[in-house]
Design a protein around this ligand. Sequence first.
Ligand code: FE2
Length: 278
Amino acid sequence: MADSLGCLRRFVCELTTLCDAGAAEADMREHGGAALSRLVAADDWLPPEFAQPDPAHYRQYLLYCDPLERFSVVSFVWGPGQRTPVHDHTMWGLIGVLRGAEVSRNYSVDDAGRLTCTGEERLLQGAVTAVSPQIGDIHQVENCLADRPSISIHAYGANIGAVARHIFAPEGGGTKPFVSGYANTMLPNLWDRSGETRARLGYPPMRVSAQGQQAVIAGMRRWVICGPFAGLHTDGDIARILLKKSKNRGRRKLAKLQSDGTLLLDAISVLLLTSHAA
Ligand SMILES: [Fe+2]
């Protein structure tokens, strides 16, 4: 399997390294921003399930959250003309445009609660900008394309979906507390490096077909693991044990190595294999 999420994994690792080094907010913005520039330089890695717009509202998909909640990475998907309310973050945030174009309008608020627009940035594909209480934390973001979605990758200095923030009403209408949420319940798998590892070791690729997995779910008795037996990685030792045990059994084989190099397992073997793999 191609390591299509390797760039996102490297971005996550770069932010983790900065956090581990105790980087100050300005350093997170500078060096994290440079890392985000590299991430959004090519629009060829975001899985489609994290790029789906909603006809009514912009969406936020969590792509990664640091286990210590020191940062999070989110894909924002904006349908044509969709925008956020004016809001704050209460921490550093980075915005990198992966697809399309957006406009970020920056605001200040005075002691009386009056909002003033202090400028706006038009962000084209590949552009990166930052927000934070130190440099200006209140803004509104909008997809400035009328005919197609825009997508930006955001990083924040916390689990942004667990932070109490504020929406600012126009014309000094006060603030409203809010906590943003996530549209997804499952996260992209950044950590499947098996294809890269097999390639480095000179192993042939392992192909476990979706049909095979569905066959197990459907309760079918036999399941073919496609690909040469030698290509089995994590499960290779277990498969060898099954083959060895099979030699001592009668007509009913737990596992059988096919002439084409594929491994034919019965349902019990699959259960053993998956329980060991888990
Ligand atoms: Fe924002």
